[in-house]
Design a protein around this ligand. Sequence first.
Ligand code: G6Q
Length: 553
Amino acid sequence: MLPKINPLKTKSHAKLKAHAKEMKKIHLRDLFEQSGRFGKFSLTWNDFLFDYSKNIIDQKTLSLLLDFTKEMKLGKAIDSMFSGELINETEKRAVLHTALRKLSPESETDKDFYIGGENVSHLVREVQEKIKTFCGRFHSGSMTGYTGKKFTDIVNIGIGGSDLGPVMVTEALRQDWKEGIHVHFVSNIDPSHIHTILKKINFETTLFLIASKTFTTQETMANANTAKKAFLDSGAQEKDTALHFAALSTNIPKVTEFGITPENTFTFWDWVGGRFSLWSAIGLSIALTIGYDKFLELLRGAREADLHFRHTAPEKNIPVLMAVIGFWYTAFWGSQTEAILPYDQYLHRFPAYLQQGIMESNGKSVDRMGKKVQYPTSPVIWGEPGTNGQHAFYQAIHQGTHFIPSDFIASVHSRNNKHNQHQILLSNCFAQTEALMKGKTKKEVMEELSSKGMSKKEMENLAPYKVFPGNRPSNTFLIKEINPRNLGSLIAFYEHKIFTQGVLWNIFSFDQFGVELGKVLANVILPEIEDKNTKVEHDSSTSGLIRQYHEWK
Ligand code: G6Q
């Protein structure tokens, strides 16, 4: 079980509060006056450099934050998660997405994962073997569609956790796509989404993956039924469904009811949360797109990050550092938001992926004792790839009234370098973190304006607008290259940051009752939209919207 501790009652929290007052008197520029700052506040691990020196922290901040993790019993919480305890207490489930990435067989020194005495690593390996065989047949062409043609297209139908991970990963690894294979994702219930995809594909060479843990999600089932109907309308027979549809699900009876064969059904388990499921059967679209071996590389990278998280001292532990720094800003600096800024076009869905991972996990306001929390929890997560963001919202990060800690993510090698474009990209990334940290003082602005020959009065009038306060914190991940292994590690780092922050906020990170509410509410209103004679009893706004719909329909 996870410890239940009110963070506000810890000694280190009180000390951090007092320390924050002191740190607010210091500017990041001044902190950089001390020599060796980069060496002290950055670390390298595998192909990663994690630079957290541009944060408003000093050695004392860090040691108080790490004391705080001890008081919150982070070490015990990590052991509880990895040892398969039912730490998702509200749903009485273990949380073992980490088990999906342990590929090596059990040995004395490298134990498998267990839940209540059951070896779940065996179950994982069975499904992985099945995925491997399936991918082999798919890529060799020995698996064909109902007219005997080799498959060329994959359409993954799923939403939320059954969509965002595979979309993000396949986009990030576009350079690794198997030749001749195209992957498409349908998630939204809006018929325009599936319509756009169905228009692009040839049914004879398309494999549909119905990705749904529960196999009851309204959007996914509606899209799956539309796809099946369109497939049959294209000239296929009911029996051909067996060749063109596969299911990724924990609900085998529902899968069978839909007409999908056991051979094409890939299962996973209730101890894999939706937003942590890309490593499971939900990752089949990834394995089919980049090949099984590269899918394994992704898992290996994540496993390396798991071992780092589990066994590295907190002061050298990347996810722990990410988590405590984020905690510092939400608790003591009033930060309500965090920007994720990948300087890599292929990572363009990474912010959206983390939006779910972070906000669905830690957007909670009741603590582990069932009490309303008296402190802020998950920040709002958002972002876009650089440099697009620079020409859009960076204005607010530099000079706005909100305090926005940001994560910059960049790679040294582009797998697509054209002329010197990658160097230009990187120079922008580094320049932004420098500018956010330093800002531009009035003195610097005046010197700049004076060199343009402006009058003293004009300079005085313009200067306030041109001053940059600086002192805006950022982390930078500089990665040698975005490849399957490094991407696996990067994602797992953020997963463990999420877990750690949940422990520090004393909340349950692995349920999502807020998401489930939406699923129930829409089912109440649907009949009222479908039939205008159904009695409508809502608040005046909701009833008004429904009435207007019928009037205009
Ligand atoms: C993730 C959430 C949620 C879920 C979707 C899809 O952690 O629980 O995003 O993944 O609602 O659910 P199904 O996979 O059951 O269709």
